[in-house]
Design a binder for this molecule. Structure first.
Ligand code: HEM
Length: 490
């Protein structure tokens, strides 16, 4: 009698028989619909189902902690698909690897290079990236989006592959952009028929209906290039005894005795390429920072007062200034909270589980609604507004009572492994730009201010739609200061 009892799922939208909520799965800005369902069903956990797949949305901080951290041995898996893991070459990005020994080994290796204590090794690379950014902004401010991409990409390329990227040669960075775009396309397609009927992967590419295979092959070229090209360049520099120290060369030295082993080469390629692919999130967060400065000019002015007072106008900001720049540090926190690039984070469960009487079957997709957590008015009053002050005490110091928006980096054992690197790089880019430039709205032909709209470019990620911004040097000595500041050399 007990086994025949229907399991009790949390409340949520009821779907049709068999297909469930297939036609009701939110496709656009799902995080808003998930939060709305939370309110509608008055529950911090919401359930829906499509084609037999169970989905559970976690809508507040308490439940994300209890599930993803408290029960991390169950909720740390990733959903595997034929398109992502078999046809396009994205299996090399270990962020998508299912939970298990291979993931554990990758995470351990990655952690050695990107844990908090290792980040000072990259301060010079980041300073070089930030200095390059302000230099390019002086030359062609209208191309500011491309310059931010260049700064972030070249910082990572420098740290991971000891590579200098000529700002006029964007081919390499555009390759990453194209590869990352394939991820957006795969995610936005919401699933391919081959993911439901894996045998379809064997049909020949010329066969009618095999368009997905031809598409996957075209994408694979860019994705393979992202992982393979820089790796082989470092390998050949090592063989010639010309390699500079970097993450890849250190990994090669660590595995020097097994370097011909294809599994070892794959591991090194995966570790290095995953950090490179991960750098795009920093790019999009920096775009959101520019948008915030246009919408909140007072914040910009306050940060510039702080920078003038602490750093002055005869040197560039450094990582060591961070402690003395609480307002700029609060801007970094607020940008991560206000514009989480990945507003909904997907884990998969590995075993049957029960939470407060609700049944969560093994294989469920469990979604951390980061947007809802970071827009919880109890934790962050007036959450829609961009207010760095919320992280500060009355006397302007960082307030340890206000929770850091750590959920922007995900949850439990799968929490972002590049978060320390990302936060330091963001601080440095933001401090450099604010110290030297006023960011202003452009005017239209009739002289009216064009304010950016907070529109998303994609449906699943919160990437700001391209918008215009003007970057004006703040004082007469800016050009000279940038020119005089030495480029750190490793
Ligand atoms: C503002 C910048 C960034 C944001 C907002 C961000 C956010 C995230 C999020 C939400 C996840 C998924 C966590 C989960 O599943 O619970 C993630 C995973 C990951 N991120 Fe980041 N990330 C950023 C920058 C970076 C950078 C610069 C790197 C590399 C240096 C990086 C490397 C990774 C890796 C390797 C994972 C996979 C972890 C795993 O599956 O175990 N991220 N990130």
């Amino acid at each position: 009698r007990v086994s025949r009892k229907r399991p009790r799922f949390p409340p949520g939208p009821k779907g049709l028989p068999i297909v469930g909520n297939l036609f009701g799965i939110p496709r656009d800005h799902s995080w808003l619909t998930y939060a709305e369902w939370g309110r509608l069903y008055n529950s911090n956990i919401v359930h829906f189902e499509a084609l037999g797949q169970h989905f559970f949305v976690l809508n507040d901080e308490k439940i994300t902690k209890e599930i993803f951290e408290g029960r991390s041995q169950i909720y740390s898996d990733r959903h595997k698909t034929v398109m992502l893991h078999e046809l396009t070459g994205w299996h090399r990005n270990w962020a998508f690897t299912p939970y298990g020994e291979s993931w554990r080994q990758n995470r351990r290796l990655f952690h050695q290079f990107f844990r908090a204590q290792a980040i000072p090794d990259y301060h010079d690379h980041m300073a070089k990236g930030a200095r390059g950014l302000v230099q390019l902004l002086l030359q062609t401010p209208e191309n500011w989006m491309r310059h931010i991409r260049h700064a972030s990409g070249s910082t990572v390329l420098d740290a991971v592959y000891a590579m200098d990227v000529d700002p006029n040669d964007n081919e390499r960075l555009e390759g990453v952009e194209r590869a990352v775009e394939t991820l957006v396309e795969i995610a936005e397609a919401g699933g391919y028929l081959v993911d439901f009927i894996p045998a379809l992967k064997h049909i020949p590419t010329w066969f009618p209906g095999a368009g997905f295979k031809r598409q996957a092959m075209a994408w694979k070229r860019d994705i393979d290039a992202l992982f393979e090209r820089p790796y082989h360049e470092v390998k050949s520099a090592m063989q010639r005894g010309k390699a500079r120290s970097c993450v890849t060369s250190s990994l090669m030295s660590m595995f020097s005795e097994k370097l011909g082993d294809p599994d070892v080469e794959e591991t090194i390629m995966g570790i290095a390429g995953t950090s490179y692919a991960g750098s795009d999130t920093t790019v999009f967060t920096t775009f959101a920072f520019v948008q915030a400065m246009l919408l909140y000019p007072n914040v910009q002015r306050k940060a510039q007062e702080e920078l003038d007072r602490v750093v002055g106008r005869d040197r560039l900001p450094e990582v060591a200034d961070r402690q003395s720049l609480p307002y700029v540090s609060a801007i970094v926190k607020e940008i991560l909270r206000w514009n989480p690039i990945l507003p909904a984070v997907y884990h998969k469960s590995l075993a049957d589980d029960w939470y407060e009487g609700y049944f969560i079957p093994a294989g469920s997709i469990v979604i951390g609604n980061t947007w809802a957590v970071l827009n919880d008015a109890e934790r962050y009053p007036d959450p829609e507004s961009f207010k760095p002050e919320r992280f500060l005490t009355a006397d302007g110091q960082l307030d340890s009572q206000v929770p850091d928006p750590v959920e922007v980096f995900g949850y439990g054992r799968r929490v972002c492994a590049g978060r320390h690197f990302a936060q330091t790089a963001l601080f440095l880019y933001i401090a450099h730009v604010l110290a030297l430039f006023t960011i202003d709205n452009p005017l239209d032909e009739s002289g009216h201010v064009i304010e950016p709209r907070r529109d998303c470019l994609t449906r699943l990620f919160w990437v700001p739609k391209p918008f215009k911004a003007k970057f004006k040097p703040r004082f007469t000595g800016v050009e000279e200061l940038v020119h005089m500041s030495s480029i750190p050399t490793q």
